[in-house]
Design a protein around this ligand. Structure first.
Ligand SMILES: O=C(O)[C@@H](O)C(=O)CO
Ligand SMILES: [Mg+2]
Length: 259
């Protein structure tokens, strides 16, 4: 049965971020993920995890200058120093939070830019991270984002991500299989899951088209959860959705899965 992680960036936004750890634990979650930890000292976040008996299972490298259109640095040519500084910081946080996986964000590729230069830069920066994280047993995930959410992001299809994972060719680098993006871009989710078996190590879920709780929309998540069990997936499933209304009121779907 999947191990569900509350996404504290998207869920429990009825309370300030630092109060969401308690809210998630009270709602029955044992695992949490969120986009970025860097606004807080790692010690403060670790104290929250310990206080509420939670395990951190994922966070991201920096998104960069979001106000100016950046969404990740690791694929931007000639920004390797910035990207590797962020990767080093992510390692410090992963060690402090005892977090097993870091999502390395790639970048938006502006129109008319050389796409292959971005891909090659991303491969080299991910290899750098893979080699730094390996001695600590920390994995890396790479994620495709649908153009509806993030136009011109380097990775659009799950197969774009798989191609980069294969080019990087390090055994601690995997696909981050976000079924919301996968349905928007690739579809055919059951066959996609079979094709990615063994190549993905973190899953995220949300309804399509509205990115709400997984109990509505065009994806039959019970079928997906059964498929994940069938292929022996025993990693985490991040609940990366915008609650329709009150977070707790929307957790009826979770009742039967409480870990
Ligand atoms: O799906 C998403 O948007 C997130 O998982 C993320 O890390 C980057 O946008
Ligand atoms: Mg995601």
């Amino acid at each position: 049965m999947p191990k569900f992680a509350a996404n504290l960036t998207m869920m429990f936004n009825e309370v300030p971020f630092l109060d969401r750890f308690e809210a998630a634990a009270k709602a029955g979650f044992k695992y949490v993920e969120y986009l970025w930890p860097y606004d807080y000292p790692a010690e403060e976040l670790k104290a929250k995890l310990d206080q509420y008996g939670l395990k951190q299972v994922l966070f991201n490298t920096s998104a960069g200058d979001v106000a100016n259109g950046e969404w990740g640095l690791a694929a931007i040519p000639n920004r390797e120093a910035d990207a590797r500084r962020d990767i080093d910081q992510a390692l410090e946080y992963a060690l402090a939070l005892q977090c097993p996986t870091v999502h390395i964000m790639a970048a938006v590729v502006p129109e008319r830019e050389n796409r292959s230069a971005y891909e090659n830069t991303f491969v080299e920066n991910v290899r750098y991270a893979a080699e730094k994280f390996k001695p600590h047993g920390i994995n890396i995930c790479l994620e495709a984002l649908s153009p509806e959410v993030k136009p011109n992001y380097l990775l659009k299809s799950q197969f774009d991500t798989l191609a980069i994972v294969e080019k990087v060719d390090r055994d601690n680098v995997f696909v981050q299989l976000d079924y919301f993006h996968a349905q928007n871009v690739d579809g055919n989710l059951a066959r996609l899951t079979d094709k990615l078996k063994g190549k993905f190590s973190h899953v995220q879920i949300a309804s399509v088209p509205d990115r709400h709780e997984p109990d509505e929309g065009e994806i039959n998540y019970q079928y997906i959860f059964d498929k994940l069990d069938e292929i022996g997936y025993d990693d985490y499933v991040g609940c990366e959705y915008k609650p329709r209304g009150d977070t707790v009121a929307g957790l009826g779907w979770f009742e039967k899965y409480k870990n």
